[in-house]
Design a protein around this ligand. Structure first.
Ligand SMILES: NC(=O)C1=CN([C@@H]2O[C@H](COP(=O)(O)OP(=O)(O)OC[C@H]3O[C@@H](n4cnc5c(N)ncnc54)[C@H](OP(=O)(O)O)[C@@H]3O)[C@@H](O)[C@H]2O)[C@@H](O)CC1
Ligand SMILES: Nc1ncnc2c1ncn2[C@@H]1O[C@H](COP(=O)(O)OP(=O)(O)OP(=O)(O)O)[C@@H](O)[C@H]1O
Length: 539
């Protein structure tokens, strides 16, 4: 009722006063004619609306009785006129009409006012019910639509489940295409014959512990593809995640008070020129944050001061563009456990020539080498510089991968099948470990393809690849050391390191994004290395 009343047209009190005044005027006329006081109509009235006999007004009363309190002000006097029950009033009105004809004439304006008011009230109620009906209809439509959507989703789910259950037997029957099968990682398998130095040899199907996936390339390259979907967030893959994670964990050297500075890793970065000072810094500081004890940057003279100013923790050698650059760097090689070539190196011939010679000398010393960025430009020009080196890892982004693939295969790669392409390129590079970075990082040593798709974020700021290569430099050293010690037998240590670094980079990205959102930068990711590492490899 409150809502009905609130819907009624606003009555201007001034109108009522004016109406009352008009009534008085007319009543005055009536008094002259009838000799009766206007006020009598009210004082004698019973509270019902008086009705003019000569005016035919048809009132449609609402079915629900509506008590309508109306306060009418006439002059200085306030008179309450109450319509208790409109039905009741109607009956009274008709019964009393002849008796009160004269008075009604006198009260005509007030009656008209009341009549209008009642009409408006009835109309307001009608409007209310009409709107309420419309609202209920709209609500019904909404419920129907919701129900239909739920049904549709249930149907889709049903279809998905039925297709999954029907696909299972056929994929099991087709070993040449095993993308959903978990990897067999077993340190006790007798077929796994990788010894401490086995990764230095080109793996053969006979010696590889993943023999059930290994087939000669050429028959059906897809048959070699082992697609491992790595997602920590998904419970369905948790068991598989732990297989590789536990391998990475096993390579992490324990923190003890028995070691001296440098024993957990001395990493060298070959890169840093006038244009690019950030990239070598990111790589070098990431290596430190992952757990290397010392991080050396070999850069050009004009980049050195800049890089040093970023961090006092880095050892910076301004030698890359000096005439005896190779000799200067070679002096340090016996002390280095891992090398990262390329971040911010630039593409000047002289610098690329120095990088090439340093790679050759590092190979001779059996140092794990990660090649990224402009180092990959060099490999594209001269693949033999790293071809077949089992402690080498290439980390191309899509663009770098495309260049490299075309340089090796003399034809564009099949962009509909990256797993096949990455596998082919690795084989062409002598089973070199390769990481094709992207939405999923595809990792292979030419035997199978591992996919690291741990959730990162949608943020693609520059330098994430440098964090990856720097941390990979350390993990590669640890993995090869663990392999030499006989702690990793079931997998290529380069692949283990690559997988660990990809997971770490993505975890850093995810954590930094949670804190900084759109404004996440590589510096923010680097700050997450400690906790991301702990979460992945120390819990
Ligand atoms: N703060 C610093 O100091 C940093 C320095 N850095 C250093 O910069 C040097 C040059 O490295 P780089 O990657 O920019 O050169 P390069 O490979 O020629 O790519 C150029 C073009 O390739 C494309 N493109 C790239 N990725 C792609 C993808 N995934 N998918 C598809 N396309 C892709 C893209 O083309 P666009 O979109 O512009 O057409 C892009 O512009 C190197 O030394 C590196 O270490 C960086 O580390 C960053 C932080
Ligand atoms: N589309 C993507 N979705 C999710 N993560 C990605 C995506 N692309 C790259 N990454 C992550 O970023 C890492 C670095 O890849 P990116 O393609 O940025 O390398 P890059 O271009 O060499 O980097 P840099 O800017 O250092 O040169 C990858 O290892 C992966 O973890």
């Amino acid at each position: 009722m409150e809502r009905i009343l609130s819907n009624r047209p606003a009555l201007d009190p001034q109108e009522l006063i004016d109406g009352g005044a008009g009534g008085e005027e007319e009543a005055g006329d009536g008094l002259e004619e009838d000799g009766e006081d206007v006020q009598d109509g009210y004082s004698e009235g019973t509270g019902e609306c008086p009705y003019p006999a000569e005016t035919e007004v048809k009132l449609e009363y609402p079915t629900v009785p509506i008590p309508i309190p109306v306060k009418v002000t006439v002059g200085n006097n306030s008179t309450s006129v109450r319509s208790h029950n409109t039905n009741h009033s109607a009956g009274n009105l008709s019964a009393r009409a002849p008796k009160r004809a004269r008075k009604r004439r006198a009260n005509f304006p007030m009656e008209k006012l009341m009549e209008q008011f009642l009409e408006q009230s009835a109309q307001a109620e009608d409007n209310f019910y009409r709107m309420e009906e419309q609202r209920l209809q709209a609500e019904d439509h909404r419920r129907e639509a919701e129900h239909a959507r739920e049904l549709h989703m249930l149907q889709m789910l049903g279809q998905m489940f039925s297709s999954i259950s029907s696909a299972r037997p056929s994929s099991a029957a087709a070993p040449s295409k095993p993308p959903t099968r978990p990897p067999v990682i077993s340190s006790t398998s007798p077929s796994c014959t990788r010894g401490p130095a086995a990764h230095l040899r080109r793996p053969s199907p006979q010696t590889d512990c993943f023999t059930q996936q290994s087939q000669p390339l050429g028959t059906d390259p897809k048959a070699l593809v082992f697609d491992r979907y790595y997602s920590l967030g998904s419970t369905s893959h948790r068991g598989m995640d732990e297989d590789i994670l536990s391998l990475v964990k096993s390579t992490v050297p324990p923190l003890t008070s028995k070691k001296h500075k440098g024993q957990d890793g001395r990493i060298g970065i070959i890169g840093g020129c006038r244009e690019y000072t950030g990239a070598p810094y990111f790589a070098a500081i990431s290596a430190l944050k992952v757990g290397a004890d010392l991080s050396h940057v070999f850069c050009t003279k004009d980049a050195a001061t800049v890089i040093k100013s970023y961090s006092p923790e880095l050892i910076v050698h301004p030698v890359l563009d000096s005439p005896n650059a190779v000799e200067e760097i070679e002096k340090w090689l016996p002390r280095l456990h891992g090398l990262v070539v390329g971040p911010g190196l630039g593409r000047e011939d002289l610098l690329l020539k120095t990088a090439k010679e340093v790679i050759e000398k590092s190979k001779a010393r059996d140092i794990p080498i990660v090649i990224d960025a402009d180092g990959l430009w060099l490999v594209t020009q001269q693949p033999s510089v790293i071809q077949g080196y089992q402690k080498g890892i290439l980390t191309p982004n899509f663009m770098e991968f495309t260049r490299l693939y075309e340089a090796l295969h003399h034809e564009p790669m099949d962009s509909s099948d990256y797993q096949r392409s990455v596998l082919q390129l690795s084989v062409a590079m002598g089973n070199l470990t390769l990481v094709l970075k992207g939405e999923q990082d595809l990792i292979t040593d030419g035997n199978k393809v591992y996919s690291c798709s741990l959730e990162g974020s949608g943020r693609r700021c520059g330098g994430q690849g440098d964090l990856l290569s720097g941390s990979m430099g350390v993990l590669a050293h640890w993995a090869h050391a663990a392999s030499t010690a006989g702690m990793i037998r079931s997998m290529n240590p380069s692949v283990v390191a690559a997988f660990g670094a990809c997971s770490l980079t993505r975890q850093c990205n995810s954590q930094a994004f949670q804190r900084h959102g759109r404004s996440t930068t590589t510096t923010d990711m680097i700050q997450e290395i400690g906790s991301a590492f702990k979460k992945l490899f120390e819990s």
